[in-house]
Design a protein around this ligand. Sequence first.
Ligand code: URA
Length: 163
Amino acid sequence: GVLDPLGMVIGEGPGADEDRRGIPFVGRAGQYLDKWLDAIEVTREKNAFIGNIVKCRPPGNRDPKPVESDACISYLREQIELIRPRTILSVGRIASGLLIGTPAGIGSLRGRTYYYDGIPLIPTYHPSAVLRNPDLRRPVWEDLKRLGALFEELQSETEQTEV
Ligand code: URA
């Protein structure tokens, strides 16, 4: 992962491909996620850190149980504290709900910027959900544009403080 990343993306948990390779978001959803990030000039090589709520694959791709996400969330909170990303993109209901602290569905959470420990957080749909339902592409694009605008603001701030 990149140090001092502009963006941290947080998903739910490894799928079969991720479990095999030990790297988050390398399967079909991950390749689609890379395309989203690419559209706003973000890549995991250059300026993004990608992680998950749970670090082990829930059997049969079921949702992580509260006891499982509870066991892993403190690890993720420490990761965020160490990495100090400038922004967070949470994908899907599980990651977004846990980080924002609400059981609300992603459809009602998205469309706004939240703050996690002072870090702007933008929730959006999970790439797997968008692969299943193309109607979600438009709202995701709106959320990505919001994130892209945030990046531009942060970058111009950094440039101003560097001169
Ligand atoms: N879905 C996730 O939420 N995370 C991954 O790493 C892969 C698929």
